[in-house]
Design a protein around this ligand. Structure first.
Ligand SMILES: C[S@@+](CC[C@H](N)C(=O)[O-])C[C@H]1O[C@@H](n2cnc3c(N)ncnc32)[C@H](O)[C@@H]1O
Length: 309
């Protein structure tokens, strides 16, 4: 197992937002390296319990090693989009007191070049959070039609040069296979140049490929609906997003669930017409003091909602 560490973002804010009841039942849908899970457990009594999920087998192995001996703790290799099933299997019927989703990738995933998430170190183009499932970035880039490449870069990366980069990938792959993160990063840089001072030109496309390969937006949409379902009245939903696409979906879902009436198209459908959630406060961002020790917290946005009776 790797030694890469992850510094949890907004740690105190998460604990406060969850409004932890010592005897309560909690779900951490994105265990990572367990910084938040550990803080939740520290506030639970012997009667409280925590179920953590992660779709990355390395995160689950780290969780078993770190917290596996605690009888109040369980960890499952699974997707938070299927949390209703995992909560049922866990044996909790009366609803949860709180759910945390700390979205995106962990530092261990980003920092390990073998996972292929980052252009900072050269590694195989993989980018799957669960390497046992689905199609790797390399396989997708080798096969995807130019239009699909363009759409993904535009939709999930908001990359204005999406079309140009897609064209360049298609031209290049006719001559050589795209195998590594370094190769792709150089291709993008050669195609659009360095336009922003502090941002690598491949940043947006790497984000887009990661979101696509892991089907992140669909899982988030389903996960939010299931979260609302498995909370008990008064239970808290806390979600930390790292880019505007995620935050927009979280914000819209909470807003829609907080108003009576029919939900609109393109957002998760909830069968109940009564308001089911109330938003708690406004979006929360990391403080200057946190940013000074953890620059990765810069893009974090936390939203809180409470399930209504
Ligand atoms: C930002 S990290 C979480 C860090 C964690 N809160 C901590 O303190 O260490 C996100 C984690 O969520 C996992 N993940 C992302 N999407 C997931 C999904 N749909 N289901 C389960 N786990 C997911 C990733 O594999 C990663 O380990």
């Amino acid at each position: 197992m790797s030694d890469y560490q992850h510094q949890p973002v907004l740690l105190e804010e998460v604990v406060e937002a969850l409004n932890i009841q010592p005897d309560g039942k909690y779900l951490d849908g994105t265990f990572g390296r367990g910084g938040h899970s550990e803080a939740i457990l520290a506030r639970l009594s012997g009667k409280g319990c925590l179920l953590s999920l992660d779709r990355d087998p390395e995160a689950v192995a780290a969780g078993e090693e770190k917290l596996g001996k605690d009888p109040r703790f369980s960890i499952v290799h699974g997707n938070y989009a299927d949390m209703e099933r995992y909560v049922r299997e866990w044996g909790v019927d009366e609803g949860l007191d709180g759910i945390l989703l700390d979205l995106g990738v962990s530092s261990p995933q980003l920092d390990d070049p073998d996972r292929g998430f980052s252009f900072m170190g050269d590694g195989p183009l993989d980018m799957r959070m669960n390497p046992l499932q689905g199609v790797s970035a390399k396989e997708w880039l080798a096969e995807a039609p130019e239009r699909e490449l363009t759409r993904v870069f535009w939709e999930f990366g908001e990359e204005r040069y999406a079309r140009r980069i897609a064209r360049s990938i298609v031209m290049t792959r006719q001559k050589q296979r795209l195998e590594t993160t370094g190769q792709l990063a150089r291709l993008i840089e050669n195609t659009i140049g360095r336009r922003e001072k502090n941002k690598h030109p491949a940043t947006r496309c790497f984000q887009a490929i990661r979101i696509f390969v892991n089907d992140e937006m669909a899982h988030l949409a389903k996960g939010l609906v299931e979260a609302i379902e498995v909370l008990r009245p008064g239970g808290r939903l806390v979600v930390i997003s790292f880019h505007s696409l995620e935050d927009r979906l979280v914000k819209r879902t909470i807003k829609e669930a907080a108003r009576p009436g029919q939900v609109r198209r393109n957002i998760p459908q909830h069968p109940d017409l009564k308001p089911v959630l109330k938003a708690i406060g406004k979006a929360i961002k990391a403080s200057e003091s946190e940013l000074s020790v953890n620059p990765r917290a810069r893009s974090a946005v936390m939203r809180i909602a409470e399930k209504l009776a």
